[in-house]
Each structure stands twice: as C-alpha cells, then as structure tokens.
Write a protein that binds this ligand. Structure first.
Ligand code: SAH
Ligand code: SF4
Ligand code: F3S
Length: 437
C-alpha cells in the first residue's frame, strides 16, 4: 500500500479523548496528510475509543468492521484510545483489519506506526512512557474560541467499578511550563476560553504549584476571557481552588464534581474515599465562595449490593445539592475491576427503574436552574451557528447553551438578556451595546 494521503480521526468518550483526537489530527497534518472531507473516503482511519461502559470493545470491533469498502479494500486502521490500551495485542487477534493498536500514552509514535503499516508491517504500542508524548506533538497553531488543554492524566483512585486507572495509567501532571506554552499557543491561535482537562484535574501539581496557582497564572493572559476545568475528584477539592472561585473573575462559575451515590455504604464499597457529609461540606464551601455556581455531577445506579433504601439516599443528595446538570449511568461490570465479581449484582430491570427515577429528579433541578436565569443579563461566548439562519449559539458562564439572533461571528462575546428556558437550552436577546472579541 502507498502512504496514506488523507486521514479521519473519530473520537468517542470523554473530553480527554476529544483533546487527544485533535492532537493526533495535528500530528498527522504535520506529516503532510490532510483531513478527509465529509463523505470522502479516508486512506487512514483512527478510531479513538472509550472503554468506560458496557460493550465498549464489541462496539469498537463492529466500527472497525464497517470500514470495509464495497470493493473489498479497506483504509489503514488504527485502534486508539482506552479500548486499544485494554485490548493490546488481543485486538489484532480479534480483527485482522486493524493495522495499528496505539494506547493513549503512545500517540507520538503514530507517524512511525503509519509508515510501518503502509509498508505492510502491523504494530502494537501500549507502552506508558512518562509524559513524553506531549513533548513530541507539534506546536498548536489554530484554535476555536473554546479549547481543551490536557494538564493531568491517569488515576490512582481505583474506584472499584472503573477501568480508567488501568487504561490511562497512574496520575501524572504535565509540567507547568509546558502547559503555559500550549496555553499561549492556543490564545494566539484564537482561543478565548480554555478548559483544563484531567481525569482528576484538581490533583494537578507541578513545581510547587497547584491547580489554583495554574488558573491564577492563566487568568493573567489578556486574550483569555474564560477558564474552566474538569473533572474534579471530591477529595482533591482544596481550599485554594475553592478560594479561586471567589477571587478569579475569569474562572467560570461551574464545577463538575461527581458523587456517584448518596449512600455511605455504597460509597465505601465503591472505594470513593469521600462520604456524603464530606461531599456536602465541600459543596457548601464552594457555594460560600461563589453563590451562583452551577454544580454538575455523575451518578451510578445499581452498584452491586445497592438496596432500594440506599438508592433513595441518592435521590436525597440530588435534592440537597440541586444539580444544574448531571450524567447518570447504570452500573456496568468492567472486566478486571473488583466490582465486576462482587455478589448481589443488581438486575437490569431494577437498574432501569432506578435510572428513570433518578433522571426525572435530575431534570427537575436542571430545569429549575435554567428557568432561574430568565430575565438575567449575562455574557455569552459564541461557539457555533444555530439551526436556523441568523441564529448563533453561545455558552453562558454556567455552561448553558444560549440561542440568539445575531450577525456576530463565532468567537464573539455578547451581552444578552435571557428571555426563555427550554430543557436543554436558553434563549437570549442581544443587548444594544455589543463588544465583539
Ligand atoms: N475521573 C472522573 C470520571 C470518570 S469516568 C471521576 O472520578 O468522576 C466518568 C463517569 O463514568 C464516572 O464519574 C462514573 O459516573 C461513570 N462510570 C465509570 N465507570 C462506570 C461503570 N463501570 N459503570 C457505570 N458508570 C461508570
Ligand atoms: Fe475512575 Fe474513580 Fe479514577 Fe474517576 S476517580 S477515573 S471514577 S477510578
Ligand atoms: Fe472513556 Fe478512556 Fe475517557 S475509558 S471516559 S475515553 S479515559
């Protein structure tokens, strides 16, 4: 096969995968390849997979199968991301169509792997060398108005249900200077907002600085108007970071702080290392620092052994916190994790019922949160076009999507009055005086 001219990267799963996908695309671009257009057949396809829940691997293999072309040929195929890390060599045994298996810490080796694959040599690289991939990635040149920036990877928490510590490895913080350099490149390339990413982003530390110190430093960049970070672990929610929410105006009033369950015995069995009381105390401190902050969370229903009464406690904590947004999941046994072999796995039908009740309760609170913003004037960052001509969609400080009629381009900051609230988005009317970024 000749060297590929065009590529497509398809990312699934969390924001870190989206970030990694962008970096892989930049890396392939720097090799002289071009991103395939919509509907165009790519010579190389990178499937950047997620392993977090049920049937992730099966889905990845069926996605690979669908890349077969009608004439019997196929593109070069790289299996990347967390399924690649978990499956390793096994992936090539399960699908002969896969040419490359590249784990999340080995992306910088992709160009060599592609050259080998084009010469007919398949390769598997799921090594986890400390941090070197970032050093080998090209400088960032262009950016949309809202950019992701990975600062921390991996997890040492070992919640008993979760694959991430196995697929992403141990907690590693990127060095401060590297992050600052990348943030400068993103800002020069057009970013107005940066979201700092990490599996446990609030555990980031480098050269005696913590995440609050990094945020304060980035807030001094004139081009950057907004800073966000995700995902945080409750035990790493330190005083300095909470204080930053009170003191750094560019730090947006939004905190994603997964709790998973509202029952202490379940949290213990999950190895979450926080309790209901300690979590609620943290929320109270955060709200004292920034009263209007939007809190979002993650929830798992039907963890092995979870009783009806324990599930009710999850509804209680939802009412206590009044989440502005949330993600909720049925427990999914993951091969190799301690919870997968625990007794008292909860039947699907029970999980279905619990999830429906939880989601209804979460929707009440998110709707109430959205409605409470009606009549307020706020600033939005336009990040894409709306469905109808003349419409644009921007993000509020609380990460709500706001639909507005305006001719202002993507990347503008607009002051709008919120005129209406739907379940998933708000409507805004533009104020007379406008400041485009
Ligand atoms: N590091 C983050 C995110 C981890 S994955 C954290 O600690 O919160 C994102 C979410 O997926 C988790 O918060 C959890 O709610 C969910 N999740 C992880 N493993 C799961 C499993 N085996 N079954 C169902 N949901 C799971
Ligand atoms: Fe998974 Fe727990 Fe680590 Fe989050 S903190 S990535 S849920 S093990
Ligand atoms: Fe999925 Fe891996 Fe992210 S398992 S959620 S892509 S860290």
């Amino acid at each position: 096969m000749t060297s590929p001219q065009t590529f497509r990267v398809k990312s699934f799963g969390c924001q870190m995968n989206v970030y990694d996908g962008e970096r892989m695309a930049e890396l392939l671009g720097a090799q002289g390849m071009r991103a395939a257009g919509d509907g165009e057949d790519a010579d190389l396809v990178v499937l950047n997979t997620c392993h977090i829940r049920e049937k992730a691997a099966e889905k990845a293999y069926s996605d690979v199968g669908r890349l077969a072309r009608e004439d019997g040929s196929k593109p070069l195929i790289a299996l990347a991301g967390c399924v690649a890390q978990a499956e390793g060599e096994e992936a090539r045994t399960r699908s002969k169509m896969i040419d490359m298996v590249v784990g999340p810490q080995a992306y910088h080796r992709l160009p060599q792997m592609v050259a080998d694959a084009a010469a007919g040599r398949a390769s598997v690289d799921t090594d986890m060398p400390a941090i070197s991939k970032f050093d080998a990635l090209p400088a960032r040149r262009r950016s949309g108005p809202s950019a992701f920036l990975s600062v921390q990877e991996g997890c040492d928490k070992f919640c008993t249900y979760c694959v991430v510590p196995y697929t992403r490895g141990a907690e590693i913080s990127r060095p401060f200077a590297d992050i600052v350099r990348e943030a400068e490149q993103l800002a020069a390339g057009g970013a107005r907002e940066i979201t700092l990413l990490g599996q446990n982003v609030n555990a980031w530390e480098s050269d005696g600085r913590d995440l609050a110190g990094l945020i304060r430093h980035l807030a001094s960049f004139a081009e950057l108007e907004r800073i966000r970070y995700t995902t945080s672990h409750p035990v790493n929610m330190g005083e300095g970071l909470i204080a930053a929410h009170a003191e750094v105006p560019k730090l947006m009033p939004y905190l994603h702080l997964p709790v998973q369950s509202g029952s202490d015995p379940v949290l213990r069995a999950m190895n979450r290392s926080h309790t209901v009381a300690s979590y609620l105390r943290t929320i109270a401190q955060v709200r004292a620092a920034r009263p209007d902050i939007a809190i979002s969370g993650d929830f798992i229903v039907g963890f092995p052994g979870e009783t009806d009464a324990e599930f009710e406690r999850t509804l209680d904590i939802v009412d206590a916190v009044r989440y502005a947004a949330a993600f909720s999941f049925k427990y999914s046994p993951r091969p190799g994790t301690p919870a997968a072999t625990m007794e008292d796995q909860v039947p699907q039908a029970v999980m279905d019922q619990r999830l429906a009740r939880l989601q209804a309760r979460l929707a009440e609170h998110s709707t109430a949160f959205n409605r409470a913003t009606v009549g307020r004037t706020t600033r939005i960052l336009l990040d894409r076009r709306g469905r109808k001509p003349g419409q644009m969609i921007g993000k509020s400080p609380w990460l709500q999507s706001v639909v507005v009629e305006t001719a202002a381009p993507v990347g503008s900051m607009l002051d709008v009055t919120i005129t209406g609230a739907g379940p998933n988005s708000l409507f805004g009317a533009r104020l007379p005086e406008v400041r485009a970024a």
